[in-house]
Design a protein around this ligand. Structure first.
Ligand code: SF4
Ligand code: NI
Ligand code: NI
Length: 707
C-alpha cells in the first residue's frame, strides 16, 4: 500500500475505535456522564485547541466524532494525509478520554497517562534555558532491551525529556533504565493511543505559553512546529494506526524516525536502521544541538540525574545535613592566587571509611578568578554547585551554604568515584557555564574536621553574612539599573519580565543579581539593562524607561507596565510562574496560590484554572504570576496597598514564608500576620474565608475597594 493509503486506513481504524469506545462508555455510564482529564484547565486539550470546544460529557464527546470524521478525506496529497494524521490524534484523545470517564484510575505504575498542567508549567524554565534541549517520543519496540536502553539512556544523558509508549516500556524496565519525570524518562502507557498524552503537552504549551487562541488550528500548528523541539522514534513493526499517528506528529512539525522500511518523506519521515545512529539522526532532523561538557569522572554526568535520590539503603558516604559540619563556598580571588584546575582533597577520602561506609565532615571551597568577575556573582555561581553535583550519577545534594547535605551512593563509590571527582565536576561545569566571567578555577575539598570548622568560621560565615547584608541593602531605589529578561520568549513570544532587586522574575529563578551576571556572561543574551532614569510613580512602579523597553521588547504587544501593581497595567506572565496572585473581591484583597497546590482556592478555581487565564505574555489585570520571594518583598502590590491585601494562601506556602510574613506584618503594625491570612484549613469558599477575616480583624476588609 502507498504511504498515503496506509495513513488513511490508520485514521479510519482510529475513528472506528473511537466510536466504539464512546458507545461502550455511554452504555456503562450514560451520555450525561462527565469526561475530563485530571488536573487540567484545558478540557480535552487536543479537541479544545483544534475546535475551541470544551467537551464536558460523553454525549458531547460523541458529537465530536463528526469533527474527526470530517478531517479524513482520502485524497492523494500531503495536506489531506496530514489532516488524517490529526484525525488520528483526536481519535486517540477520545479513546483516552473514555478510559478516564469509565475508570477511576486508568493508569498505574509505571505508566503515568495524562500529564497535569502543573507539570507542563514546571517544564517551562528548563526548556527555555536549554537545560532540557528537546523532547523525544519513543514508541513501539526495539529489537532487544539492550538496544532500547541504549537509545533511551543516550537521550537521558543528553538531558532530553523522553516519553515512552508501548512495549519499549517493558524493555526499559528489563534493562533497568532509571525512570520517572524527575529522571526525564516518562512511561506514558502501553496502548498507542496513550501517545496523545505527550501530544497534548505540546498543545497545552501553545495555549499556556503561546496564548494561541483555541480553535485556531493554523496558529497552533505554527506554534508547535516552530517552538516545541519534539520528535518521534517509531520502532518495530508499524501498524497502519502507528503510521497514521506519525502523520499527526508530522502535522505538528515533529519528524518521525523509524527503524522500519517505509517510503521516506524528506525531513519528516526518515528511516534509520542503525541503532548507533538513531539518536544523532533524530537530533539532526529536529535541529537540536547538544552542548556536551566532558567531565572526567567514572559515573554518568547529566542533567537527567538531577532529580535522582540516594536513599539510606543505597548510600555509602554522607556529609552535612546536620550530621557532620559541612559548608560550601565560591569566592573570588586575584588571578595570581588561583592555579587553574588545581583540585586538592585535604583530609581522609571516602575509601578510608569502614567497608559499609560512613560520615565525614566536608567543606567545598571553590576559588575563581577572572577579568570580568565581580563579587556580586559569587552567590550566583555558588548556587550552581547544587545543580552540578546533582548531575553526578549517584550523588545527591540538598541545601546550600552551611546547611548543605551530600550523599554518595554505594554503586557510585564502587565505580571508583572519590572526592576529587567532585572537584573535577565543579571545575568543568563552572568554566563551561561561566567562561565569560571566570578564567581560572581551583577547588579545595576539606574533610578534616578541625579545618572544616575553623575555615567555616574564618572564611565562610563572614562571607555569608556580608552577602546577606548586601542583599538586604539591595532595594529598587539603591540601584540605577533594572534588567529585562526575555528567556521565556522562545515559548511566550510577547512576554517580558522586568527584574529588579525587590521583584525577581516570576519563575523564581532569575533575581536581579542573576540577571546582572547573565548580562555579563552573555552580553547580547536574554537579560539586558534598563537604566532607570526618573521615576514617574513610586507607588505604582512606573518608569518611562521601563515602558520604552517593554514596548520594544514585546514588539508593541505591551505598551505600559506598572511593576508594583496587579490592577493597572500589571506585568505580563509567560506561564512558568511559581505562584499566581488573583483578586478576591468578596474579601477586598488578593489570594496567592503556588504551583504545587492542587486543591481549590476561594476564587472557585484551582491553580491550573487560574493560570490558564494568566499567561502567554498578555496583561490580565486582577491576575498576575509571581516568584515566591516577591510575596514578602516591600514592593509587593505596593499600588494596591501591599501585603495588607493578602487574605488567603495554601498552608504549605504560608508555613514556608511564615517568618518573613510576620516580619513584614510587624513593619506595618501587625503581630503574627501569617496567622491572619486564611488557608485551606479555614476554607476554600468565600464565605468561610470572609468570616475568618472578620474574626481576626484582617486589614484588607477596611481598605479602599480594590476594584
Ligand atoms: Fe522567564 Fe521571566 Fe524567569 Fe526570565 S525571569 S526565565 S522571562 S519567567
Ligand atoms: Ni545525582
Ligand atoms: Ni516562563
Amino acid at each position: 500500500m502507498a504511504l498515503f493509503d496506509i495513513i488513511f486506513e490508520g485514521s479510519k481504524q482510529a475513528l472506528e475505535a473511537a466510536k466504539a469506545a464512546v458507545d461502550s462508555a455511554i452504555e456503562k455510564k450514560g451520555s450525561d456522564a462527565k469526561v475530563a482529564f485530571p488536573e487540567t484547565a484545558y478540557s480535552l486539550p487536543a479537541i479544545y485547541a483544534a475546535t475551541g470546544k470544551k467537551i464536558g460529557t460523553l454525549g458531547e464527546l460523541r458529537d465530536a466524532l463528526s469533527i474527526v470524521e470530517s478531517l479524513i478525506v482520502p485524497e492523494q496529497n500531503l495536506e489531506k494525509a496530514l489532516n488524517a494524521g490529526l484525525a488520528t490524534a483526536l481519535s486517540a484523545e477520545i479513546i483516552e478520554a473514555c478510559k478516564y470517564a469509565v475508570e477511576e484510575k486508568p493508569y498505574s505504575e509505571p505508566c503515568v497517562g495524562f500529564i497535569s498542567d502543573a507539570v507542563i508549567r514546571s517544564l517551562g524554565v528548563p526548556l527555555v534555558t536549554g537545560d532540557i534541549p528537546g523532547v523525544a517520543v519513543v514508541i513501539g519496540e526495539a529489537p532487544s532491551a539492550q538496544e532500547a536502553a541504549k537509545v533511551i539512556k543516550d537521550y537521558q544523558n543528553k538531558g532530553l525529556l523522553v516519553f515512552l509508549v508501548g512495549k519499549i516500556i517493558d524493555q526499559a524496565l528489563e534493562a533497568k533504565v532509571k525512570m520517572g519525570l524527575e529522571l526525564r524518562v516518562v512511561p506514558l502507557g502501553y496502548d498507542v493511543t496513550s501517545v496523545i498524552h505527550v501530544v497534548t503537552v505540546a498543545i497545552r504549551a501553545a495555549l499556556i505559553f503561546g496564548a494561541v487562541p483555541p480553535g485556531n488550528l493554523e496558529e497552533l500548528l505554527k506554534y508547535t512546529r516552530e517552538r516545541v523541539p519534539a520528535f518521534v522514534n517509531a520502532l518495530g513493526s508499524l501498524s497502519e494506526l502507528v503510521v497514521s499517528a506519525g502523520a499527526g506528529a508530522i502535522a505538528l512539525g515533529f519528524p518521525v524516525i523509524t527503524d522500519q522500511d517505509v517510503q521516506e518523506v524528506p525531513h519528516y519521515l526518515i528511516v534509520q536502521k542503525d541503532y548507533d545512529k538513531i539518536v544523532p539522526t533524530s537530533l539532526e532532523a529536529r535541529g537540536i544541538k547538544i552542548k556536551i561538557t566532558e567531565v572526567p569522572i567514572p559515573v554518568g554526568f547529566a542533567a537527567a540525574f538531577e532529580g535522582e535520590r540516594v536513599r539510606k539503603e543505597d548510600m555509602f558516604a554522607e556529609f552535612g545535613g546536620g550530621r557532620t559540619p559541612a559548608w560550601e563556598l565560591v569566592r573570588m580571588r586575584d588571578m595570581a592566587d588561583v592555579e587553574d584546575h588545581r583540585i586538592e582533597v585535604i583530609g581522609p577520602d571516602i575509601d578510608t571509611l569502614a567497608p559499609e561506609g560512613g560520615k565525614l565532615p566536608l567543606a567545598i571551597l571553590v576559588e575563581v578568578a577572572g577579568k570580568n568577575m565581580q563579587e556580586d556573582f559569587e552567590p550566583v555561581i555558588e548556587r550552581r554547585i547544587h545543580y552540578f553535583l546533582n548531575y553526578i550519577e549517584g550523588v545527591m545534594h540538598i541545601g546550600q551554604r552551611d546547611i548543605m547535605w551530600l550523599r554518595i551512593s554505594k554503586s557510585t563509590y564502587e565505580a571508583g568515584f572519590r572526592l576529587h571527582h567532585i572537584g573535577e565536576a565543579l571545575y568543568a561545569k563552572m568554566l563551561d557555564e561561566f567562561g565569560n566571567i571566570i578564567d581560572k578555577v581551583q577547588v579545595k575539598i576539606y574533610t578534616d574536621k578541625e579545618k572544616v570548622i575553623k575555615l567555616g568560621e574564618e572564611i565562610a560565615k563572614p562571607k555569608y553574612e556580608a552577602r546577606d547584608a548586601r542583599l538586604a541593602g539591595l532595594t529598587d531605589e539603591s540601584v540605577d539599573t533594572f534588567y529585562s529578561c526575555l528567556l521565556c520568549q522562545s515559548f511566550a513570544p510577547a512576554h517580558v519580565c522586568i527584574v529588579t532587586p525587590e521583584r525577581l522574575g516570576l519563575c523564581g529563578a532569575v533575581s536581579w543579581l542573576d540577571a546582572k551576571a547573565t548580562k555579563e556572561i552573555n552580553p547580547t543574551g536574554p537579560c539586558q539593562p534598563i537604566v532607570k532614569g526618573e521615576c514617574k510613580d513610586e507607588i505604582k512602579g512606573s518608569w518611562d524607561s521601563i515602558n520604552r523597553a517593554v514596548q520594544e521588547l514585546s514588539h508593541g504587544a505591551t505598551k505600559e507596565v506598572n511593576i508594583y501593581s496587579i490592577m493597572e497595567n500589571p506585568m505580563t506572565s509567560c506561564g512558568c510562574f511559581e505562584c499566581i496572585c488573583g483578586v478576591m473581591p468578596e474579601a477586598n484583597g488578593v489570594i496567592i496560590v503556588n504551583r504545587e497546590y492542587a486543591g481549590m482556592t476561594p476564587l472557585g478555581m484551582t491553580f491550573g484554572e487560574l493560570a490558564s487565564t494568566t499567561g502567554g505574555g498578555v496583561q490580565t489585570p486582577g491576575f498576575m504570576g509571581m516568584g515566591r520571594q516577591y510575596i514578602t518583598s516591600r514592593k509587593f502590590l505596593l499600588a494596591e496597598g501591599g501585603i495588607k491585601r493578602l487574605v488567603w494562601m495554601p498552608k504549605e506556602l504560608k508555613e514556608a514564608l511564615r517568618e518573613k510574613l510576620n516580619q513584614r506584618g510587624k513593619e506595618i503594625g501587625f503581630e503574627n500576620f501569617a496567622d491572619m491570612i486564611a488557608d485551606e484549613t479555614v476554607g476554600t469558599d468565600p464565605d468561610s474565608v470572609v468570616e475568618f477575616l472578620n474574626k481576626v480583624g484582617h486589614p484588607a476588609l477596611t481598605m479602599d475597594p480594590i476594584m
